[in-house]
Design a protein around this ligand. Structure first.
Ligand code: HEC
Length: 109
């Protein structure tokens, strides 16, 4: 009985530790630009910037990512959406670093 309780406490503690780790890692810095702060504010509360900086997406694919992130709970102000897409496509677009390989898996849905 006591053994079971200890195991439960251990399990609970490791879940908390594991889930607290990801967002606290700093990630790669976002390049300077007019939307740097806005993207940081809107996009780094759940995961760090590496999720973004490792991508090479077209504007259309970034737009699809925005929709996917909104589905997960991200808040992207309508007024900033276009400028954020421009910023991301300019810095993490398909022309920089080769073709639109979109990281691990194709972002086409
Ligand atoms: C509410 C939490 C949350 C916010 C805010 C958020 N994301 Fe995400 N994001 C996630 C989760 C969860 C995943 C992992 C989803 C998966 O692997 O299917 C993810 C994964 C990603 C990926 C990788 C997708 C892939 O297919 O590998 C990119 C790119 C991304 N997010 C970009 C963004 C951008 C850009 C923003 C800001 C507009 C943003 N995220 C804001 C939760 C969030």
């Amino acid at each position: 009985m006591l053994q079971q309780l200890c195991f439960a406490v251990f399990l609970f503690a490791s879940i908390i530790l594991a889930s607290a780790q990801a967002p606290s890692a700093p990630g790669k810095p976002l390049p300077p630009g007019p939307m740097q702060a806005k993207v940081k504010a809107a996009c780094t509360s759940c995961h760090n910037t590496t999720r973004i900086t490792e991508q090479h997406l077209t504007r259309q694919q970034w737009s699809e990512q925005f929709e996917k992130m909104e589905g997960l709970g991200a808040v992207i102000p309508d007024a900033d959406r276009d400028a954020m897409l421009t910023y991301l496509t300019k810095n993490f677009g398909p022309t920089k670093g080769g073709a639109a390989k979109a990281g691990k898996k194709p972002a086409a849905e």
